[in-house]
Write a protein that binds this ligand. Structure first.
Ligand SMILES: *Cc1c(COP(=O)(O)O)cnc(C)c1O
Length: 218
């Protein structure tokens, strides 16, 4: 079932759009089933759960951290990730940069834009992101790769489109304003319920959990 779900999504996903299989709250066996179907990129959102899985599972898995991250949990997460998609404050960005300097590692990060989703306060405002990009030299040990956003949790497609349109337009704006920044080109939008719409708005990465693994366990 997991393998079939991945295959169905891959068939529909345009070339060049990366699939992050969101495995949070699912056991390692489920991840290995997806792995057996050729999936190598997985997303996790809870530091402790993530660390245990990363230590136990194959080394060629590319892990993306997508959940809220507190600075006292960095050491559980950063040794294993290739990307932190959910950087939502300057405080966290600075802490990641400092950790990377100490570890001699560079990590790709996305800046999380606070979209319509009233249910969470997580994320930067557009102005804050502009300020971070203007002072990118202050974070030499991270690679600022782009934006992440979650559309409002609603059945109203118009609202979802509005959210994606806004983040997509901002992405374009930053790419033009900071055009020397060639690496800032990733737009991570779209989940199980709205990834097809996100693709229309230029998603380079979609994060899909439920449609692959079913309802979350434990
Ligand atoms: C859980 C989660 C997802 C996946 O959500 P589904 O609706 O299960 O596909 C994507 N992005 C983030 C940030 C998440 O926390």
């Amino acid at each position: 079932m997991i393998a079939q779900a991945i295959e169905n999504i891959r068939k529909e996903l345009p070339q060049g759009v990366k699939l992050v299989a969101v495995s949070k709250f699912h056991p390692s066996e489920a991840i290995m089933e997806a792995y057996g179907a050729g999936q190598r990129c997985f997303g996790e959102s809870r530091p402790q759960e993530f660390e245990a899985k990363a230590k136990a599972l194959p080394e060629d898995i590319e892990w993306h951290f997508i959940g809220h991250l507190q600075t006292n949990k960095l050491k559980m997460v950063l040794p294993y990730v290739s990307m932190v998609q959910s950087v939502d404050s300057e405080h966290l960005l600075r802490a990641i940069d400092r950790w990377c300097a100490g570890a001699g590692k560079t990590v790709d990060v996305l800046l999380e834009l606070h979209l319509g989703a009233e249910q969470t306060k997580q994320g930067f405002t557009a102005e804050e992101i502009e300020a971070v990009l203007s002072s990118a030299a202050d974070y030499p040990n991270v690679r600022l790769r782009g934006l992440m956003g979650m559309a409002t949790n609603t059945d109203d497609e118009g609202i979802i489109r509005g959210d994606f349109e806004r983040i997509s337009a901002l992405m374009q704006h930053y790419k033009e304003k900071f055009s020397t920044f060639k690496e800032f080109n990733e737009l991570s939008i779209g989940m199980s319920g709205d990834w097809r719409i996100a693709v229309e708005y230029g998603a380079t990465c979609v994060r899909i959990g439920t449609s692959i693994f079913g309802e979350r366990q434990y």
